[in-house]
Design a binder for this molecule. Structure first.
Ligand code: F3S
Length: 286
């Protein structure tokens, strides 16, 4: 039996950069807060909490934090945040270390610019995802979040309005193209910027390739990680026996007979250590 790991699996550039930033700041002996968990991975967050890193769950938590004798350091995670969050930090005299992924930062710049130029911004993505909430928070003008092709079909723009369409970085590439086609047919394609991150596309493509060949597919990722859930959806379509696990403890493999190939992939917030553990476990036990 062969165990094959997808070419692109685990921490993406942006998440690795954000996690490294926290460890880097810890070296300075400061009191460190992250605005939201630094990654959607409970293991990593637990390890950091043991080192004293505290998590600010929301805006209210942040508002409570004021600079006293010590100036607290708040690290912004890769997903990014709304402009308002930076304003609160500045008003409270906090030190802000911005680990927003540069690809997300680029979306903030695009929507802020287009919104200021009078465009109605359309964000294709999950309205409850912090990255999307952050993007929305950079639009001073009208903004709509669309998650499904049906919502795109039903969207009607106001007479004379110009639209700027962007996507959540982790949105499914084919679905985004489909939504753009719907808008094109309506003549609503004034400005379309595909802001899906390559890391996501590559991860999705390599997971799909392996899942198409595999008898069993294992997707490792956090329960709340949208990109991991999307990987699971993609793999499940290609491979009937697809498992979604958060840690090795969740893996209860019921392997079908005559398994030739077990494929493994992992979401952007999954540390290498965990991927290796799962890989070794399958190699040793089956
Ligand atoms: Fe950045 Fe792409 Fe990762 S946007 S956080 S490198 S998935």
């Amino acid at each position: 039996m062969e165990v094959r790991l997808a070419d692109c699996a685990g921490f993406c550039f942006g998440v690795k950069r954000a996690v490294d930033t926290v460890y880097e700041q810890l070296k300075n002996g400061k009191t460190i807060y992250t605005y939201g968990p630094i990654v959607h991975n409970e293991e990593v967050v637990k390890e950091l909490s043991e080192k004293g890193v505290r998590v600010l769950e929301n805006k209210e938590d942040l508002k409570q934090l004021k600079a006293g004798e010590n100036i607290p350091t708040v690290i912004i995670r890769a997903h990014g945040v709304a402009k308002e969050i930076y304003d609160i930090m500045e008003a409270n005299g906090l030190e802000c270390i911005d680990a927003t992924c540069p690809f997300v930062k680029k979306i903030h710049r695009i929507v802020e610019l287009k919104s200021n130029e009078g465009y109605h911004v359309i964000v294709v993505g999950d309205p409850k995802h912090p990255e999307v909430e952050g993007i929305v928070g950079w639009c001073p003008g009208p903004v709509t979040v669309l998650e499904t092709p049906e919502q795109a079909e039903n969207f009607v723009k106001t007479e004379g309005e110009k639209l700027c369409i962007v996507s959540q970085t982790t949105y499914n590439y084919n679905k985004f193209q489909y939504i753009v086609e719907i808008f094109e047919k309506k003549g609503y394609n004034d400005s379309v910027v595909n802001t899906i991150c390559n890391a996501t596309e590559e991860r999705q493509r390599s997971a799909k390739t392996i899942a198409a060949d595999a008898d069993v597919m294992i997707v490792i990722g956090g329960k709340h990680s949208s990109n991991s859930r999307k990987l699971y959806e993609i793999c499940q379509r290609e491979c009937e026996h697809t498992y979604f696990i958060q840690t090795l403890d969740d893996l209860h493999l019921d392997l079908p007979k005559a398994v030739r190939l077990v494929g493994i992939t992992a979401g952007a917030s999954t540390p290498n250590k965990l991927i290796e553990e799962v890989q070794n476990y399958v190699r040793i036990n089956f």
